[in-house]
Design a protein around this ligand. Structure first.
Ligand code: AP5
Length: 229
């Protein structure tokens, strides 16, 4: 979790490389749907919301996640990036996961001051082919305008225009920020300050997740010991 542009996708990519988990980014799915091929009316509508910077309706998001439920059963685990984003989505996810005998291990929330978020969004460039993410000053490609991985052209995302950025930040404050308390109350929240380089933030995230896992294992061992006594 975190505001638009805080670095969720960058961190999910790094975590994914380390954990080899399934990475499901709802934003990537909606952007992919906007490129070519026949779209259902609901998906067409979703792409319109995304371009304006507004949240896609919960029913469409949930339908799309359910179609990808195999991801939640991946042997290496899964990383949800940009989902859930409303209390309604979080409740649907919980109900669904309970039914499948699954549970979230943690919810990572990235925090950064507003001004730095806007600077990250305004400088972002994305490869039109492989979707790799760069930043003009913080994470520049080796050759300006070209992707290091596939040589593709680097473009400004449609919803990174100033008018869409404002709408996205407003949607975050109204609909997504309340999830911080929701997950705090569930005991799942891990807050990470998103300052520093992507690698530094990744190491902090990974250490915090490892510490949490060690504490959980110790707690389970303690409970099972008590049950036997
Ligand atoms: P989505 O793609 O999820 O967009 P977002 O949440 O706005 O997040 P971003 O992808 O813009 O940013 P990020 O936090 O991933 O940052 P990044 O790593 O790229 O969703 C897009 C749209 O789809 C939504 O607006 C909505 O319409 C729709 N949607 C998606 N999911 C939905 C849902 N569940 N419900 C309803 N609607 C939904 O980094 C940003 C920039 O900063 C990059 O240039 C990067 O190189 C740079 N950077 C990263 N880390 C650092 C660092 N440590 N230092 C300096 N620069 C850095």
């Amino acid at each position: 979790m975190g505001a638009p542009g805080v670095g969720k996708g960058t961190q999910a990519d790094l975590l994914n490389r380390r954990l080899r988990a399934c990475h499901l980014s709802t934003g990537d799915v909606f952007r992919g749907a906007g490129e070519g091929c026949e779209l259902s009316p609901a998906m067409k509508e979703a792409v319109g919301y995304m371009r304006r910077g507004e949240l896609v309706p919960d029913s469409t998001v949930w339908e799309m996640v359910r179609e990808r439920k195999a991801c939640l059963h991946c042997g290496g685990g899964f990383i949800l990036d940009g989902f859930p984003r409303t209390i309604g989505q979080a409740e649907s996810l919980k109900k669904f996961m309970d039914g499948e005998g699954l549970a979230l291990s943690a919810v990572v929330n990235y925090e950064l001051p507003f001004a730095e978020i806007v600077a990250r969004l305004s400088g972002r460039r994305t490869c039109e082919k492989c979707k790799a993410v760069y930043h003009v000053s913080e994470r520049p490609p080796q050759i300006e305008g070209k992707c290091d991985r596939c040589d593709g052209k680097l473009l400004v995302r449609e919803d990174d225009r100033p008018e869409s950025i404002r709408v996205r930040l407003d949607a975050y404050e109204r609909c997504t920020a309340p999830l911080i308390e929701f997950y705090q109350n569930s005991g799942l929240l891990v807050s990470v300050e998103a300052k520093g380089s992507p690698d530094e933030i990744f190491e902090t995230t990974f250490t915090q997740l490892e510490d949490r896992r060690v504490r959980q294992v110790a707690q389970m061992a303690w409970v099972s010991l008590e049950d036997h006594c």
